[in-house]
Design a protein around this ligand. Structure first.
Ligand SMILES: [Zn+2]
Length: 373
């Protein structure tokens, strides 16, 4: 009897307990609607070792930054901020040409000669008049005499830029040959941005991994009705690199092959004059830490540190990914990556090459004494 009374008591307790529990669960489920993709932001419960370097382990060169018509105050502030993260030399890719370039060189290098590098940008204004290539080459030579240390080609080149007759300018068009040959002669690199992430050329549907970014910036979509395909742009770019073997090309943003490192490796194998920066594509490396590590070790002479949009507080993600083995940490720009990233802890020798040695080899006129051997 006692046994059965105990069982009965247990059952009734459970019943009362579930009566207390169930309504609350039901209530929670009813009051919460399904969150939108932007709203859903789960907090990770993972507990694991964290390292958050605020400064790079070695002084570094940022090969990819933009500062249009900087003021002296902006430059003073920049130097103060650069010192806090071990950013030794910043390359301003937005120097322009002619008078604009001279001013930018004076404001940056004139005041801090060993902290800045300025790249020139070509003008396409006279692209329809015969002899454009030679004129562009001469303008570049003048810009280099005025302090430019490289040429930056923006992404409109090869994609949006058109001739007067409406035809698209192709990256490998022969009219640019004198300009790119001039870079070899002047021994300056070309940092070139061709195309966009391949997902921007894909259908903008729920399978597109850049859906969020396209939703935020619909004008970044590159539909086939208006644009050449990603593969067309890659082929033209690779042909451009191949036909100027003496010119050093730094393809921006891992050449948009960060999601296919094997493909990028094959390109490196066939194009010895090709280099890349890692600006704004850290999330591609961070989602494949084993492949990224092995790739960067193998191609350690071909990859350069860069950030793109300047924000002193965002560099630390690069330090953490490149230097530590931290796992599953949030990336700083959700629209680039809804996933979390992992560190791939590069050996010091590889870090030094990516942080500064490769840039020292490619960009003339940076004093190597500020960097360790
Ligand atoms: Zn850029």
């Amino acid at each position: 009897m006692k046994f059965w009374r105990t069982i009965l008591a247990l059952v009734s307790m459970l019943g009362a307990g579930s009566a207390l529990l169930w309504p609350r669960i039901a209530h929670t489920q009813q009051s919460q609607r399904v969150p939108t993709i932007e709203e859903y932001n789960p907090k990770s419960t993972l507990v694991t070792k964290e390292h958050k370097p605020e400064r790079a382990k070695f002084p570094f060169i940022d090969i990819h930054s933009h500062h249009w018509n900087p003021t002296p105050e902006h430059v003073d502030q920049l130097v103060k901020e650069m010192d806090t993260i071990n950013l030794r030399v910043l390359v301003n890719l937005s120097g322009g040409s002619g008078e604009e370039l001279r001013k930018t060189v004076a404001t940056m290098k004139g005041r801090y000669p060993d902290r800045f590098v300025v790249f020139a940008n070509p003008s396409y204004e006279d692209i329809n008049a015969p002899g454009y290539g030679n004129r562009a080459a001469e303008r570049l030579a003048a810009d280099v005499r005025n302090g430019a240390q490289g040429l930056k080609i923006f992404k409109n080149f090869g994609m949006d830029l058109k001739y007067a007759n409406g035809e698209r300018v192709h990256a490998d068009d022969a009219i640019f040959d004198p300009l790119f040959e001039k870079c070899a002669e002047l021994k300056i690199p070309v940092l070139i941005h061709i195309a966009e992430p391949s997902a921007f050329f894909d259908p903008w549907d729920y399978k597109n991994e850049r859906w969020e970014e396209l939703n935020e910036f619909p004008q970044r979509a590159r539909p086939p009705s208006k644009y050449p395909s990603f593969e067309t742009l890659m082929a033209e770019r690779n042909h451009l690199f191949a036909k100027h073997p003496r010119t050093h090309f730094i393809a921006a943003h891992l050449a948009f092959h960060g999601n296919d490192l094997e493909r990028l490796g094959k390109l490196f194998d066939t194009l010895p004059n090709m280099y890349v920066d890692i600006a704004a594509v850290l999330a591609e490396l961070g989602r494949q830490p084993y492949s990224a590590h092995d790739f960067l070790v193998k191609y350690q002479d071909r990859v350069l540190m860069g950030k793109d949009i300047y924000d002193v507080s965002e560099y630390k993600w690069y330090f953490r990914a490149l230097e530590t083995r931290d796992e599953y940490f949030e990336y700083y720009r959700k629209r680039h990556a809804f996933w979390r990233i992992y560190g791939f802890q590069l050996p010091d020798e590889v870090l030094k090459k990516i942080y500064y040695k490769n840039a020292l080899k490619l960009v003339p006129g940076i004093d190597p004494k500020a960097f360790p051997d």
